[in-house]
Design a protein around this ligand. Structure first.
Ligand code: 3H9
Length: 645
């Protein structure tokens, strides 16, 4: 870390250099605090320009410090800058986020290069801005926009920031030169009041609170950020600052924020595994997708969203027409949800070339197979692809369970092969399990990670085992839930406990939605191979024709056209032979049992080297299986509980 300064024509220019994001760590804060004092006392200086070295101004407070004590508090530094005898000018490029924007708000002026991003993303970390952001921002840009920025994560680009009064001038040429000229011009005029001395108007607080609570889905930070903003407008700047600080410190010490910070670092580490940092990915422009079912179409849509040319291959005209119709449905749904414009979807759809057979994939850089989950069918596909595709093309299977080594058995040049396990709906779900075989080359693997980055997915490398990381843990989770049913707990009580924990649906509701028959068939196949697989309640339900919502009932009953699960006496009678006991467990204990089972499976997965780290397992659960983000993942949660007892 270095914070340097130089004198330019009676203007001091301070440059913060603290790679990678110029975070405001303790050393930076202390150095800046000394500079405020020293520059104030220096009569050869009339004003100060504050800029960041490298790609950006300041990415925020140093998040790694939030597990430790508070030292050299940022709010005091910012108050000192605001109260300085000389005007400070923040010269912003790249990003000014969180504490970075708060630092700029303490300056009397802000100038920015085109293309900068300004925002207060603290709520993503379970925090509120803790260095005056909720108080100075509304006083500078108006309360409504400030609520959108500080509470609802709106970011402003340079021009919008200029429009709302956050930025005083856009500097087109060299930023620091422009900022120095701006400072000199500003000195010739009376100074505007600092942000803290300005007024801001009230908004309809109750309406804002209701909207924010609905969107926050139980997270603490967004309503707390609004409350701090409101308090300052109703009771004055000093009272607002006090509540903001108290709330920030309380949330900083919360489990929710610790969980979200854990995920922040896990998500940043995931795309760049240490062993691949020196390996260049291959360029990928054209991708083939084999199979136009739900998965194949979803993958094609995701690829188009990243601007890649796609050839969708099906075995005959009818199947191809169905695949293209599914794809068109995905694009229509995205338009209806306001995610993309009609023009964009038209362009995306036009970029998909539907073809019968595999011959059309000969010039693809990458081919992803997403056909029926059957080893022989997949082997045939890869035998043909091996013959048809360019020898340097990467070939990937989207299998959920089958051993990729078996799938690639007949493939020449297996170094270019690996598993890419997408999650349904593939155009939405963020998780991508990347499964190399022992033959996969580092270059192939690096290309898969690069593809994930381009698709905006969270990549997690998995070793080979039944179900890889995610489905293996899912099986254990469901198995544990069924053990509770056998012990006499009702499926409704278990589902309700997991919803209260934070999942959108309980394990039995999910099974009814996706169908009980797939795992039933897997168990039946294992039994047919002579493996000993005990009869489970789900087997009895499927044998009685109850496969889930699609058959009008599974664990629950459903009435036509209504997806509301209704507790089912029929289902209870069918599974009764396997139930022993009365079962009585509080909701939090149910969640503890099931999450504990997930973590235990996670431990086994780590011990076998299937996952590289507990954080990777947490990413799989949060991004692929709806584990509540605010709890950080089963490994994080279990480790925290263990360390606090
Ligand atoms: C805050 O400011 C609280 C205040 O209100 C109150 C305080 C009192 N600290 O994302 P990248 C690391 S809360 C520490 O890949 P990019 C990151 O882990 C903060 N480390 O780069 C990674 O490390 P590694 C509010 C940080 O160029 C490396 O930097 N601010 C921080 O794609 C590169 O990160 C935010 O929430 C940090 N603040 O994107 C902004 N930020 O190389 C959070 C990053 O070891 N940051 N790292 O894996 C971002 O959004 C992006 O990092 C940013 C750069 C856009 C800045």
């Amino acid at each position: 870390m270095t914070v340097t300064w130089e004198l330019r024509d009676r203007i001091a220019v301070i440059i913060i250099a603290n790679p990678p994001v110029n975070a405001l760590g303790k050393a930076v804060r202390e150095r800046l605090a000394t500079l405020v004092h020293d520059l104030d006392a220096d009569t050869s200086i009339d004003a100060v320009v504050l800029a960041g070295a490298g790609k950006l101004f300041v990415g925020g407070a140093d998040i790694t410090e939030f597990d430790g004590p508070v030292e050299a508090p940022l709010p005091e530094l910012i108050a000192a800058i605001e109260g300085s005898a000389k005007p400070w000018v923040a010269a912003i490029h790249g990003v000014a986020l969180g504490g970075g924007l708060e630092l700029a708000l303490g300056c009397r002026f802000r100038v920015a290069a085109p293309g900068a991003t300004l925002g207060l993303p603290e709520v993503n970390l379970g925090l509120i801005p803790g260095a005056g952001g909720t108080q100075r921002l509304p006083r500078l840009i108006g309360t409504e926009t400030a609520v959108a920025v500080a509470v609802e994560k709106l970011t402003l680009d340079t021009f919008r920031a200029m429009k709302v009064g956050l930025v005083d001038r856009v500097i087109d040429g060299p930023l620091v030169d422009g900022a120095v000229s701006f400072a000199k011009e500003a000195l010739a005029r009376p100074l505007p009041p600092p942000a803290s001395a300005r007024n801001a108007a009230a908004v309809d607080w109750d309406a804002a609170d209701a909207r924010i609570r609905k969107a926050a889905k139980g997270l603490s930070a967004p309503p707390a950020a609004l409350a701090a903003l409101r308090h300052g407008i109703e009771h004055g700047f000093a009272a607002g600052i006090a509540l903001e600080r108290e709330t920030f410190l309380r949330l900083r010490a919360s489990e929710e924020s610790a969980a979200l910070r854990h995920l922040f670092f896990a998500e940043r580490a995931a795309p760049r595994p240490a062993d691949l940092r020196q390996v260049s990915p291959k360029p990928i422009a054209k991708v083939g997708v084999v199979g136009g079912g739900t998965m194949g179409s979803g993958i094609a849509a995701a690829l188009r969203g990243a601007g890649l040319a796609v050839t969708l291959s099906e075995r005959d005209e009818d199947a191809l027409a169905r695949g293209m119709a599914t794809l068109s449905g995905i694009f229509d749904a995205a338009v209806k949800r306001g995610l993309v414009s009609v023009a964009e979807t038209t362009e995306r759809f036009a970029g998909v070339d539907g073809k019968v057979g595999l011959e059309s994939l000969r010039d693809c850089d990458l081919v992803i197979e997403a056909v029926f989950e059957d080893l022989a069918v997949k082997q045939d596909v890869f035998a043909e692809l091996g013959r048809i595709c360019r020898p340097d093309a990467i070939l990937a299977t989207n299998t959920s369970y089958i051993d990729p080594r078996e799938i690639a058995r007949s493939l020449q040049n297996p170094g270019r092969f690996l598993g890419l396990h997408f999650f349904s709906p593939a155009q939405v779900m963020k998780l991508l399990e990347i499964i190399p075989t022992p033959d996969t080359t580092p270059e192939t693997l690096a290309t898969a990670f690069d593809l994930a980055r381009r698709l905006g997915k969270v990549p997690v490398r998995s070793g080979i085992c039944d179900g890889f990381i995610g489905n293996r843990i899912l099986r254990r989770y469901r198995g544990e839930a069924e053990i509770l049913v056998r012990q006499g707990l009702s499926v409704a009580a278990i589902d309700s406990a997991m919803r209260a924990f934070g999942f959108a649906m309980g394990p039995f509701e999910v099974q009814d939605l996706s169908g009980l028959d797939i795992s039933f068939m897997q168990r039946e196949a294992a039994r047919a191979r002579g493996e000993e697989v005990a009869i489970q309640p789900g087997d009895l339900l499927v044998r009685a024709g109850r496969k889930g919502q699609k058959t009008g009932g599974g664990w629950y009953d459903y009435v036509a056209g209504d997806r509301t699960p209704r507790p089912s006496d029929t289902a209870a009678k069918i599974i009764a032979p396997l139930v022993q006991g009365q079962g009585d467990l509080a909701a939090d204990k149910i969640a503890e049992r099931l999450v504990g089972a997930m973590a235990a499976e996670g431990e086994a997965i780590l011990a076998e080297g299937i996952a590289a780290s507990p954080a990777d397992i947490d990413l799989v659960e949060v991004h692929g299986y709806g584990f509540p983000r605010s709890k950080g993942g089963p490994m994080f949660l279990t480790a925290r509980k263990a360390s606090s007892t």
